[in-house]
Write a protein that binds this ligand. Sequence first.
Ligand SMILES: C[S@@+](CC[C@H](N)C(=O)[O-])C[C@H]1O[C@@H](n2cnc3c(N)ncnc32)[C@H](O)[C@@H]1O
Length: 420
Amino acid sequence: MPQPAPTARSTAIYLLDQVLGEQKLLSELNAAYEPLSPPDRARAQRLAVETLRGMERADRLLQRHLNKRPAPHVMNVLRLATVELAHGGDAHGVVNDAVNLVASSKRHNRLKGLVNAVLRKMTAEAPEKWNDLRMPRLPKWLRNPLVQAWGGEAVMAMEAAHYAGAPLDITAKTDPKQAQKALGGVLLPTGSIRLAGNVQVSKLPGYEAGDWWVQDAAAALPARILNVQPGEKVLDMCAAPGGKTLQLAAAGAEVTALDISNGRLARVRENLARTGLSAQVIAGDALEHDGLYDAILLDAPCSATGTIRRHPDLPFAKDGSEFLGLFELQARMIDHAVGLLKPGGRLLFCTCSLLPDEGEVQVEEALTRHRTLKTDAQALEIPGVDPAWISEEGGLRLRPDYWADQGGMDGFYIACLRKD
Ligand SMILES: C[S@@+](CC[C@H](N)C(=O)[O-])C[C@H]1O[C@@H](n2cnc3c(N)ncnc32)[C@H](O)[C@@H]1O
């Protein structure tokens, strides 16, 4: 039997199979979109993301009608269809497509009747009951340490933010007010421009001209806090894909953008070319880099647990087992960066993580190892930063549940360290 051509739905189910069954991140699965048209690519991605966000609710509705859980692929077909139905999808199209997807698989064909029967029930139940089900929770491997760090109430607020997803934030190359006039949206108190999530970025005014770039409002703060001056010699130690490099270059610094990944550095080069900004781009290991700098921005490789609003695949694809290695690498990177700083220089350490091991604890331990270092809490006093976000050791703790009524922000930790 010839295989039907991939559709947005069949691709979304393939993505779910890979994330949930093979522990792949969606960012590793870009090849799956290749046969699709651009609108179908966006739809496949949206369907997979919405299913991952709502999976706990879908499973709770489905389990009442399943004596035993079917094969993972069939379960993913049911989940996706249930989420679509809950969100007002056309019942006839959703159910038919789900049945056909199962029928076209030799292995699962015999389950098409079950899929049809269960989804007919979901047609009525999913839209009616969806919003009464509890907010989907993080898996225990991540939830437990977060509850320990921030308390149960805060984690529930974070889970609500993860479920809500993220808007589109933009950093202007020069004048944020002018960019906001051209783009619409809201100018946030920290200077980022916020647009509703579902827009095609490359069609927005000023994209071709390189007047701005996409960057979460929280991710825009490290470079603002480092506050580099024209002509300063600055190292962006883990630079790719380059949002912070662009900010440093736009401020007029003499920037070296270093990253170990040549593939990811291609994005830095593209971003620099589009925006007409300049930086010296170097592929290399931060731990082996030489030089002497006025300021270093270390946006270290981390668990990325602060970005779950945008990447709901992460809690399913990861289990935390590789995080210890990252914590150690972050400490070694801080130590190496301290050796590259001129006396009086600043090290901006940040991670897009919710785990204190990648933030507060890293800085407390760095201060113990390096008596010449001090946190500069004053540097954190920039427009839009709430003083309540400043932590004991003098860093800034940002969480996805902050700014809840304005669309949230990514989780981040940021500290500005000064060397005597
Ligand atoms: C959090 S991302 C950086 C994001 C970037 N600063 C931005 O704003 O677009 C971490 C980066 O660290 C890089 N990296 C990992 N290990 C490294 C190493 N030993 N030396 C240099 N870069 C490294 C990764 O390739 C990745 O691009």
